[in-house]
Design a protein around this ligand. Structure first.
Ligand code: BES
Ligand code: ZN
Length: 844
C-alpha cells in the first residue's frame, strides 16, 4: 500500500459532543460520540479500537457502517459529502491496560481503592470514544461524564465543570485541540490550589494515600513554571486552570493533557522534609516539561507524528531552561550534561539508529519513536545548539511569532525554522536539517599535520557502522578564532599551529561547553596540551573530556587501557558533573572483569583509590549548609566505596542502618539507598527481606519505594531472588509500571542474572500481554543489552530475539541491541588483558 491513509482526509471534525457512562463495579462503559464536521468523501473513516459500535446516524438518520479492526476504524457510508453531524453509539470495557480509560489501584489504611483516569497519547483516544484520532484533526469538545459516583468523590477534566445534572458532569467547551490531549479522572482525591500572577488556577491532586504536604513542592513549581512560560513565550496560558494529577498506575512518566496533566506519583508528589535533591530536581523538570507542552504541543501541535520532535525535543530543552530560571542554584544544565548528553551520544553512535525526524505511520511505529535518547535527548541537544546560535532574545521573538501564526493549529519543522529565521536573520533550518534528517553524529579529529592545525569530520560509530559519507553543519564553539563558527566541510586547515597556540595562550579546544552534538579526537600533541592545563577547564569541559574518552574507547578509537591512568586526575574534584563522568567511565571498566575474580579485586582497589579521600571529606551524612555539589557528589563516592568493598564504608552504612532500625524511611534520603542496599548485600536475611517488602507495599513515598527496589534486587541470596521474581507478576507487590526497574536490578546483579534472563524468556508472552500496549515494552530489550557482555549471552540474546524481529515496534530495537552487545563482546575480548593490566598497574 503506497498511499498513506489519514482519516482526516475523509472527515474533518469541528466539534464533538461526547457522553460517557462508566461503571467501575461492572467495568462497563457506554457512550455516544456526536461529531459535527466536513465529510470530504462519501465514505468517511472514524477511529475506534476495542469498541462495540451499536448505531451510527448521520444528521439523525441511520446510515450503513462497518467496523474495520485492521485499520482501527469505522467505515461510514454517507449519501453526500459536506457538512454533517455523525452520532455514534458504542460500548466498551474498563481494562487494566493503562491506555484509554483505565483504573488505577491503591490502598488507604489497608483498604483497596481505585481511581479512574485516562491516557490517550499516542493513539488511545479511539479506545475511549469514536473520533478522528490524529493530531491534525483539531476540534472543540463538550464532555459529559457519568459514573458510579460515591459521596465525596472528585472529577477533573481539561476544562472546568459547567454543571451536574442527573449525576452527569458537564464540562465547559474546550478550545480547539487534538484528541490525544483530552483527559478526565475521578475518584476520592485530595488537592491544593493556588493562582498565578495572571489569574490561572493551578492545582495539584493525588489520592488520599499521601500526606497533604506531599503536594506542596509540585504546586510551587507548577505555578512558577506557568508564570515563567507566559513570560518566556510572550503568550498567555489559554485555559482557566492547570491541574496536575498523580495516578497510581501510569505507563509513561507524565502526560501533557491540556489543563489536566497526569503524572506517575513518583514524578509529582514528594515528602518535602526528606527527599533526595536529585529526586526533587527530577520532579521539577518533569513538571516543567509537561507545562512547556501546554504551548509547544498543545497550543501548537505537530501536523503528524513524524514531527514528534516539535513536541518532545522542545519540551525536553525547555524543562532545563525553565528550571534554570526558577532554581538557578541547582545548575540544572549540569544534569542535562550528565543524563541527556551522555544518553544521546551513546545511542546515536549505533548504526541503524533513527533520525530525530522520522517517517512513521502505524500505531506501534509511532509509539516506538518516543526514544528517550533520540527524540528527547538528541532532539533537545539540537535545540540547545539553536538557542546557542540565536540567543534567547531572538529565540523568544521567533517563538512568539510561531505561536501567533499557528495557535490552535498545527505546524511542521519548517514552520518553526522559518519563524526563527525571520526573527534572527540566521537560516537555522539549513543547519538544523543536517542534524534532524540524518542519524548519528560526527567525531571531529583535530591534528597538527606538518605544523598546520587541521580538523576533519566523520560519522562516529560504536560497533560496526557503514560510512555513508554523512556531513553535518557543526557549531564548533572553539576557543580559537581561526575555527569557523559553523563547520560544514569534510576537512579544513586552520593555520600554523605554533602561531595559533602562541596567540591564543591556551590549548586548542572544540565544543567548549559541550553543547554541540559531536565528540572530539585530539592528536597526541593537542591532548597533552589540554591535559597539562586540565585544572583550568570548567567542570563541564572536564566532564566532556571524560565523556569523549569513554565514547572513543567504546568506539575503539582509543584503548581503554590508555584511559585508566588518567582517572586519578579527576578523582578529587568537588564537582558533581566531573564525578558523574568519572564514575560512568569507571563503571564501564566493570565489563572487563569476571565477578569475584582477582581482576575484579584490582578494580575494586582502583575504586577505593579514587573514592577514599572523597568519602573522608564528605562523610556519610549530609551536613547542614553544604553545597549542592557536595550533596550530589556524595552518592557517587559512597556508591564507589561500597563497590570497592571498603570495610569502613560497609560498617559505616551498617551502623546507620542499626541506628535507624525503627524508622528506615527517615534515613537521609540522599544516602538511604546505599544504607539499605549495603544491609541487604552484607547483613541480609529473609526477615530483612520481608520487612523491606512490607515497607514497600505500605509506603506512598516514591523515593523510598525506589530505594527499596534497588536494595532488594541486590541480594546475593538465590532463594530471595526467586521470591522476587515470583512477585514480578503479582501487581499487588510490584506494579507493572515499576517492573522494569526491578527486572533491571535483578538482571544487573550477577547472582540474579540467570534467573532474570530465564524469567523474561519464559514469560515473554505474559510481559507482552501486560505492558505490550504501552511505550515501556520495547525498552526491556535495551535494558538487557546494557548488561550482557559475553559471547554466550550474545548467542542467547540472538536466539531469543531474532525470531521476534517482525514484532511491530521491536524491529529496530532488536537489530540495534544485537549490535550493541556484539560490539561490547568484541571490545571485551580484544582489550580485557590490557585493561586489567592497566588497572593492576594503577593500584600497585
Ligand atoms: N507526551 C509524553 C508522554 C508520552 C510518551 C505519551 C509516549 C505517550 C507515549 C510526555 O510529555 C513525556 O515526554 N513524558 C516523559 C517524561 C518527561 C518529563 C521526560 C515520559 O513519560 O517519559
Ligand atoms: Zn513530553
Amino acid at each position: 500500500m503506497a498511499e498513506t491513509n489519514h482519516f482526516y482526509e475523509t472527515f474533518q471534525p469541528e466539534h464533538y459532543d461526547i457522553y460517557i457512562d462508566i461503571n467501575r463495579g461492572t467495568k462497563q462503559i457506554a457512550g455516544k460520540s456526536t461529531i459535527t464536521g466536513n465529510a470530504v468523501t462519501k465514505e468517511v473513516l472514524i477511529h475506534q479500537k476495542f469498541l462495540t459500535v451499536t448505531a451510527v446516524q448521520a444528521d439523525g438518520v441511520d446510515v450503513p457502517f462497518t467496523v474495520d479492526n485492521d485499520i482501527q476504524g469505522i467505515r461510514i457510508d454517507l449519501a453526500k459529502t459536506g457538512n454533517v453531524t455523525l452520532a455514534i453509539d458504542y460500548q466498551t470495557k474498563l481494562t487494566d491496560s493503562m491506555m484509554g480509560i483505565y483504573p488505577s489501584y491503591y490502598q488507604v489504611n489497608g483498604e483497596k481503592k481505585q481511581l479512574v483516569g485516562t491516557q490517550f497519547e499516542t493513539t488511545a483516544a479511539r479506545q475511549a470514544f469514536p473520533c478522528v484520532d490524529e493530531p491534525e484533526a483539531k476540534a472543540t469538545f463538550d464532555l459529559a461524564i457519568k459514573y458510579d459516583e460515591q459521596p465525596g468523590e472528585t472529577i477533573l477534566s481539561n476544562m472546568p465543570e459547567k454543571k451536574v445534572e442527573n449525576g452527569v458532569h458537564y464540562f465547559d467547551t474546550t478550545v480547539r485541540m487534538s484528541t490525544y490531549l483530552i483527559a478526565f479522572a475521578f475518584g476520592d482525591l485530595q488537592g491544593k490550589t493556588t493562582k498565578t500572577k495572571s489569574g490561572v488556577t493551578v492545582g495539584v491532586y493525588g489520592t488520599k494515600a499521601h500526606k497533604a504536604n506531599e503536594l506542596d513542592f509540585a504546586l510551587d513549581i507548577a505555578k512558577r513554571s506557568i508564570e515563567f512560560y507566559e513570560d518566556f513565550y510572550q503568550t498567555p496560558y489559554p485555559l482557566p486552570h492547570s491541574w496536575q494529577l498523580a495516578l497510581p498506575d501510569f505507563s509513561a512518566g507524565a502526560m501533557e493533557n491540556w489543563g489536566l496533566v497526569t503524572y506517575r506519583e513518583a514524578y509529582l508528589l514528594l515528602d518535602p522534609d526528606n527527599t533526595a535533591l536529585e529526586i526533587k530536581q527530577r520532579v521539577a523538570t518533569v513538571i516543567a516539561h509537561e507545562l512547556a507542552h501546554q504551548w509547544f504541543g498543545d497550543l501548537v501541535t505537530m501536523k503528524w507524528w513524524d514531527n514528534l520532535w516539535l513536541n518532545e525535543s522542545f519540551a525536553n530543552m525547555m524543562e532545563y531552561v525553565a528550571i534554570d530560571a526558577l532554581e538557578p542554584d541547582w545548575h540544572i544544565w549540569e544534569t542535562f550534561q550528565t543524563s541527556e548528553a551522555s544518553m544521546a551520544l551513546q545511542r546515536d553512535a549505533t548504526d541503524g539508529v533513527q533520525s530525530v525526524h522520522v517517517q512513521v505511520e502505524d500505531p506501534a511505529e509511532i509509539d516506538s519513536i518516543f526514544d528517550s535518547a533520540i527524540v528527547y535527548a538528541k532532539g533537545a541537544r539540537m535545540l540547545v545548539m539553536v538557542r546557542g546560535m540565536l540567543g534567547d532574545s531572538a529565540l523568544r521573538q521567533g517563538l512568539k511569532q510561531y505561536f501567533i501564526a499557528h495557535k490552535y493549529g498545527n505546524a511542521t519543522g519548517d514552520d518553526l525554522w522559518n519563524a526563527l529565521a525571520d526573527a534572527s536573520g540566521v537560516q537555522v533550518g539549513d543547519i538544523m536539517n543536517t542534524w534532524l534528517e540524518q542519524p548519528g553524529y560526527p567525531v571531529l579529529t583535530a591534528q597538527v599535520v606538518d605544523g598546520q592545525l587541521r580538523i576533519a569530520q566523520q560519522q562516529f560509530f560504536i560497533g560496526d557502522g557503514k560510512d555513508a559519507g554523512r556531513q553535518w553543519k557543526i557549531p564548533l564553539n572553539s576557543n580559537y578564532d581561526a575555527a569557523p563558527a559553523v563547520f560544514g566541510d569534510q576537512a579544513a586547515t586552520l593555520g600554523d599551529y605554533q602561531a595559533l597556540r602562541q596567540a591564543a595562550g591556551k590549548p586548542f579546544r572544540l565544543n567548549v561547553g559541550n553543547n554541540s552534538h559531536f565528540i572530539v579526537k585530539y592528536d597526541q600533541t593537542l591532548l597533552a596540551d589540554i591535559l597539562d592545563h586540565v585544572d583550568d577547564l570548567t567542570p563541564i569541559d572536564q566532564l566532556q573530556l571524560l565523556q569523549d574518552f569513554r565514547l572513543l574507547a567504546e568506539g575503539r578509537q582509543l584503548s581503554y587501557a590508555s584511559v585508566v591512568p588518567l582517572l586519578a586526575r579527576f578523582a578529587d574534584s568537588h564537582s558533581t558533573v566531573v564525578n558523574a563522568a568519572l564514575y560512568q567511565l569507571a563503571g564501564n571498566l566493570r565489563k572487563f572483569v569476571t565477578p569475584d575474580s582477582d581482576e575484579e579485586k584490582q578494580l575494586r582497589a582502583l575504586y577505593d583509590q579514587l573514592s577514599s579521600r572523597q568519602v573522608e571529606r564528605l562523610g556519610w551524612t549530609p551536613k547542614a549548609g553544604e553545597s549542592f555539589d557536595d550533596q550530589l557528589t556524595r552518592p557517587y563516592v559512597l556508591s564507589a566505596a561500597l563497590y570497592a568493598q571498603n570495610q569502613a564504608a560497609i560498617l559505616a552504612a551498617h551502623e546507620l542502618f542499626e541506628g535507624n532500625q525503627q524508622q528506615l524511611a527517615s534515613l537521609p534520603a540522599d544516602i538511604r539507598v546505599f544504607v539499605l542496599r549495603n544491609e541487604v548485600k552484607h547483613f541480609g536475611n529473609a526477615a530483612l527481606f520481608d520487612r523491606l517488602l512490607a515497607e514497600h507495599r505500605n509506603s506512598a513515598d516514591g523515593g523510598y519505594k525506589a530505594d527499596i527496589a534497588t536494595a532488594l534486587t541486590a541480594t546475593p541470596d538465590q532463594d530471595l531472588l526467586k521470591r522476587l521474581i515470583a512477585a514480578f507478576e503479582d501487581a499487588d507487590v510490584i506494579k507493572p509500571q515499576d517492573l522494569r526497574a526491578w527486572f533491571r536490578g535483578v538482571l544487573a546483579n550477577p547472582a540474579g542474572e540467570q534467573l532474570a534472563w530465564d524469567w523474561i524468556r519464559n514469560d515473554w508472552k505474559w510481559l507482552e500481554a501486560t505492558v505490550g500496549g504501552d511505550m515501556e515494552f520495547t525498552t526491556y530489550v535495551p535494558v538487557i543489552a546494557r548488561v550482557f557482555h559475553t559471547p554466550a549471552r550474545l548467542a542467547e540474546f540472538k536466539a531469543f530475539f531474532e525470531p521476534k524481529l517482525n514484532t511491530p515496534g521491536l524491529t529496530r530495537e532488536i537489530k540495534m541491541d544485537t549490535k550493541v552487545i556484539a560490539s561490547r563482546v568484541a571490545l571485551v575480548e580484544a582489550e580485557k588483558a590490557a585493561v586489567n593490566a592497566a588497572v593492576a598497574k594503577a593500584v600497585n
